[in-house]
Design a binder for this molecule. Structure first.
Ligand code: HEM
Length: 150
């Protein structure tokens, strides 16, 4: 099994990075849609339905599959022999950041359901602030996996 993972390594890493890019695109865009949904749509039913459709498609068709693919290929890399040295600090920092990223994804999913029901209490300003979360996490993760400062 470990031999197969070792021979697949360049392909697994390519697929990991491709799925990460797709996941991140959604994590950057969905809170931005929520800002406009909260601030600009008001009681206009037609625009409300349009935003709901865009948010649902982004989450279901792009973000959920991309998150699952990122985890699958990332875990395949973890089990590839000689790739991760767990005595270093960087894989642990990356692991925590990735868990926070996954929490953020689910947080957005819950807010989407509330926006449909009209029970969302998060303001546009708060969504703008939350929009920075994936940026900060992405910077830390990329520095951890590439520069590996510790
Ligand atoms: C979801 C769980 C994740 C796991 C289990 C995981 C695990 C890994 C592992 C083990 C590697 C291999 C490192 C190497 O080849 O030396 C890797 C590479 C990489 N990961 Fe992840 N990762 C995950 C999520 C992410 C996320 C969310 C990002 C970006 C925001 C990311 C960005 C990268 C990048 C850019 C590389 C390539 C680094 C290089 O050039 O060697 N990963 N990942």
């Amino acid at each position: 099994m470990t031999d197969i993972l070792a021979s697949l390594y360049p392909w697994t890493k390519s697929l990991h990075v491709i799925s990460v890019i797709s996941w991140m695109a959604g994590l950057f865009y969905l809170p931005r849609l929520f800002v406009y949904h909260t601030e600009k749509v008001g009681n206009n039913d037609e625009t409300h339905a349009l935003f709901q459709m865009m948010e649902q498609k982004l989450l279901r068709l792009i973000m959920n599959p991309a998150m699952i693919a990122t985890w699958i290929f990332g875990l395949m890399l973890v089990f590839t022999p000689g790739i991760v040295d767990w005595s270093s600090v960087w894989p642990w920092v990356k692991a925590v950041m990735v868990i926070v990223m996954t929490w953020f994804h689910h947080w957005l999913g819950l807010r989407r359901k509330e926006l449909i029901k009209g029970t969302c209490t998060v303001t546009g300003k708060q969504f703008r602030l939350m929009n920075e979360v994936p940026t900060v996490l992405m910077i830390i993760i990329v520095v951890m996996v590439i520069a590996r400062p510790f």
